[in-house]
Structure formats: structure tokens, C-alpha cells
Design a protein around this ligand. Structure first.
Ligand code: DX5
Ligand code: ZN
Length: 242
């Protein structure tokens, strides 16, 4: 993983990751600057292929042109059916971490190894209908697990509370240096619930970019999550001490 941005994942604490899916692409450079100066920790990049999900967003050339505009960590979420075919262009475009969906792969270990060989971090994502057990075998191999809290494909959907037990089940099995990201319907009203369950990396699109001041929205989400975080990452290996 690129050394200058890796610390944002490895250092303890809540991370807020605005999703560029909610941006106005007519003024995306200006919005990127607003997010960077406004306290965004990662930039979440939602790639949709119109096949795994019923929507199409943007591809590697767009990410490459964004790379020259910001030093934010690029957290690329591939909602596509062939992650191995496309991972390399997304790495070359400037992604720092590539997340693929467990539902599309019958050999996730091989995909994880191949993405890691490209020199970036690796995440695995689960749809709301996929049980936690689907990723138990590969947990040790990844830097991040991404729990979808809406069915992927569109921004602005309502948070699905049923995913909270899944967040808890996965958190209990992760090492302190691994991150647990949640994506979909996250905002000031839902941040506390997911952080209390064990999420430490919160993706938010419409709740940040539809606000007149994105920096205030980022700060509000971070505050709610920090207030609810059950223990900090430095003693997660021994949660019973809290
Ligand atoms: C859904 C995407 C999400 C989405 C989040 O397919 O993966 O990242 O953009 O958007 P909000 O925060 O608006 O639910
Ligand atoms: Zn996403």
C-alpha cells in the first residue's frame, strides 16, 4: 500500500469517508477541495458496472483524473462482477485500497492475493443479505471489511438496521489493525448505532455532499461515532477490559 497514505487506515480512531457518488461532477474538483479541507479521512469511490448492480457510475479514467487533484486516500469500492479483470487499471489510476464483493467470487483468497500483489490494500464487502459467516474464512487476509447497510447501486437510500448484528459479529473477529467500514444511509442519525456495533470507518454520500457545508456534516458524523465507539482501537484486542 502507498506508504504516505497508509497511516490513515492503520492509526486508531473513527474515519469518515465521503462517497463521491453524491458529488456534482460538473464541479467535482471544487467539491474535492471542500472535502479535503473539511476533514474527510478517505475518499470513497463507488464503481458500478450495471451488471452486479443496476446502475453505472464511473471507471478508472475518472479516478485517474481525480488523483492529480487531491492527496486523499482513495478507497475504491468495486461493485462489479469481474474484480480480477479490472483491479489493475483501478490501482494504476491511483486507488490506495480495492474492495470487491464476496458475492461475485468463488475463490476470494486468490482475488485478495492478486490485488495485494498490485501493491494496495484489500477490502471485501458483503451485501445486506449476505451473512457474516461468508467472510469468516478470509478475515485474516484483508485490511478492511465493508458491510453494506443498503442494497448497493444507489445513493440516498434508507439505512437497514438489520445489519447491526452482522457488524458486531465481524468486529469480534477482527484484529485491532483491521478496519470495519459501513456504507449506505449513514449520517448524523445512524453514525452512533454503527459505531456502537463496531464500525470504525463510515461512508456517507448524500449526508455530506447534499449539505451546504460538508465540513460541518463530516464533523457531526465523526462526533456521533466517537461518542458511541465502544472501545478504542488500541485495546480492541481485549474488549472485556472496557
Ligand atoms: C451504494 C454506494 C454507497 C452510497 C452511499 O451503492 O456503495 O457508497 O453512495 O450513499 P449514501 O450515503 O447517500 O447512502
Ligand atoms: Zn460504496
Amino acid at each position: 500500500m502507498p506508504s504516505d497514505r497508509i497511516s490513515i487506515l492503520r492509526d486508531p480512531g473513527i474515519r469518515v469517508a465521503p462517497s463521491l457518488l453524491a458529488a456534482d461532477f460538473g464541479r467535482v474538483a471544487q467539491q474535492l477541495r471542500q472535502l479535503e479541507t473539511g476533514g474527510a479521512d478517505l475518499l470513497h469511490l463507488d464503481v458500478m458496472d450495471g451488471h452486479f448492480v443496476p446502475n453505472i457510475s464511473f471507471g478508472a479514467p475518472v479516478i485517474e483524473s481525480l488523483r492529480s487533484q487531491t492527496n486523499l486516500f482513495f478507497d475504491t469500492h468495486l461493485m462489479i462482477t469481474d474484480p480480477l479483470v479490472y483491479a489493475k487499471p483501478f490501482v494504476e489510476a491511483g486507488s490506495d485500497l480495492i474492495t470487491f464483493h464476496i458475492e461475485v467470487e468463488c475463490d476470494p483468497r486468490r482475488v485478495i492475493e492478486r490485488i495485494r500483489d498490485l501493491g494496495v490494500g484489500v477490502g471485501v464487502s458483503l451485501n445486506p443479505g449476505t451473512p457474516a459467516e461468508a467472510v469468516f474464512d478470509i478475515l485474516e487476509q484483508v485490511d478492511m471489511i465493508l458491510v453494506m447497510s443498503v442494497w448497493p447501486g444507489f445513493g440516498g437510500q434508507q439505512f437497514i438496521r438489520d445489519v447491526l448484528p452482522k457488524i458486531r459479529a465481524i468486529r469480534q473477529r477482527l484484529a485491532p489493525h483491521q478496519r470495519l467500514e459501513v456504507d449506505g444511509g449513514i449520517g448524523v442519525k445512524t453514525a452512533a448505532a454503527v459505531a456502537e456495533a463496531g464500525a470504525d470507518t463510515l461512508v456517507a454520500g448524500s449526508a455530506i455532499l447534499s449539505e451546504p457545508d460538508p465540513s460541518l456534516a463530516i464533523a457531526d458524523i465523526r462526533r456521533e461515532a466517537q461518542r458511541a465507539e465502544p472501545w478504542n482501537r488500541t485495546n480492541r484486542s481485549n474488549p472485556s477490559s472496557c
